[in-house]
Write a protein that binds this ligand. Structure first.
Ligand code: AMP
Length: 398
């Protein structure tokens, strides 16, 4: 059973070819700068063979043709013919209120994804392009959509409603949806396995800390609350996104700087967050280097602000769930930055969170428990794998 997992962005396609019978990735790669100058494909086989090819990749369809061409090529390929591909799994960012689970793509599902374009104008259109391209190139292969929002559809209404006129919810579907659903789902299942219990029995707080970041309260096996909202700009401080912000700040800036909606959108999504506070970078490694090695004050302030907000959310979610059994760290920062994990967990002993400095310091990019044995709340590091979630859902559905 071989499954291709596709993640289409506006100018890129990330892909992985899974062999589900052996439970391994046999090839993966990236098509980048689609429609731009210098487009290329980077492909890697699981025996270490790597290739980078430049070409005129003007749209997603051509990008996927390139990718499929390499997959069956004699020299670089991993399969002999397209008949070996049993299914395609697509990451789709927004599934609105319609999709609570992954779905086999048919006309009905396609219409549902299109209905959500207004809610994710930057993400759903390229996701659709990937689906159309695959449908035309592999017309007999079943395709499945896995939605970033689906996992959070278990949130109760008092957690997803915004305090705006109710008619705006019924008219436009304006509410909290949440994102990174596949990641929160993956690490929560792994956490239950590592703790040797059922997910349903656990109260978990999962922190996905990467360029984009979100934190989720998981109770009774499902998402109860999450920090991202209608869009992925709400919640934690991110690489370039504000996270939570007094809405008055935005209208004030728009008035003072005389900017319109588009510029305001760019400001909160691309020029804010850690990049905005520090003025150095959106990349945590560079910020930590500036703070620890150059004593850069704004880098230190940015880090303090970043950790403080996560700590506040942990407190809030513990209150919302009546405690927590474990807190899970994942994403590039959650998996690899012992300093961030330490700053977030420090001072939470009153809540039964006992952090183990030694275990934390030796943990990078691997599963581990980093709390003291006596800690009531377990602290865990679990590398995420969103592609595997898509491949497994696709496998189940077909
Ligand atoms: P992601 O979006 O999940 O790939 O995460 C990207 C973020 O993880 C960037 O801000 C990186 O700087 C950060 N990151 C990756 N490795 C490390 C590390 N060793 N220490 C601190 N931050 C890291």
């Amino acid at each position: 059973m071989k499954i291709i997992v596709i993640n289409c962005g506006s100018s890129s396609i990330k892909y992985q070819l899974f062999d589900m019978t052996k439970n391994e990735v046999i090839a993966k790669g990236l098509v980048d700068k689609i429609g731009l100058h210098g487009s290329y494909i980077k492909h890697e086989r699981n025996d270490g063979d790597k290739v980078r090819l430049e070409g005129e990749i003007v749209d997603h369809q051509i990008g996927i043709e390139y990718m499929l061409g390499i997959l069956i090529s004699k020299k670089r390929g991993s399969i002999k013919s397209f008949d070996e591909i049993d299914a395609v799994g697509h990451r789709v960012v927004h599934g609105g209120e319609k999709f609570h689970n992954s779905a086999l793509i048919d006309d009905n599902v396609l219409a549902g994804i299109k209905e959500c374009v207004d809610l994710a104008p930057l993400h759903n259109p390229p996701n659709l392009k990937g689906i159309y391209a695959m449908q035309s190139l592999l017309p007999n292969v079943p395709q499945v959509a896995t939605f970033d929002t689906a996992f959070h559809q278990t949130m109760p209404d008092y957690s997803y409603m915004y305090a705006i006129p109710y008619s705006l919810y019924t008219k436009y579907g304006i509410r909290r949806y949440g994102f990174h659903g596949s990641s929160h789902r993956f690490v929560s299942h792994r956490a239950a396995k590592m703790l040797n219990t059922y997910l349903k029995k656990l109260k978990l707080i999962t922190c996905h800390l990467g360029n984009g970041a979100s934190i989720t309260a998981i109770n009774n096996g499902g998402s109860m609350d999450t920090s991202m909202g209608l869009t992925p700009v709400e919640g934690l401080i991110m690489g370039t996104r504000t996270g939570d912000l007094d809405l008055g700040v935005l209208t004030y800036i728009m008035t003072k700087e005389e900017i319109g909606v588009q510029a305001a959108n760019t400001l909160i999504n691309k020029h804010s967050g850690m990049l905005g506070i520090t003025g150095i970078s959106s990349d945590m490694r560079e910020i930590e280097e500036a703070a620890f090695e150059d004593n850069n004050e704004r880098a230190s302030l940015g880090l303090q602000r970043y950790h403080y907000r996560i700590k506040k959310y942990i407190g809030a979610y513990m209150a919302a769930m009546g405690g927590a059994d474990a807190i899970v760290f994942t994403g590039g920062i959650g998996e690899n930055s012992p300093d961030s994990r330490e700053e977030i967990c420090k001072g939470l002993e009153f809540a039964g969170i006992e952090f183990d400095e030694e275990k934390n310091n030796i943990t990078r990019g691997k599963e581990a428990i980093i709390s003291k044995d006596s800690s009531r709340v377990k602290l865990m590091v679990i590398p995420t794998n969103e592609e595997l979630v898509i491949a497994e859902d696709t496998n189940k559905i077909i």
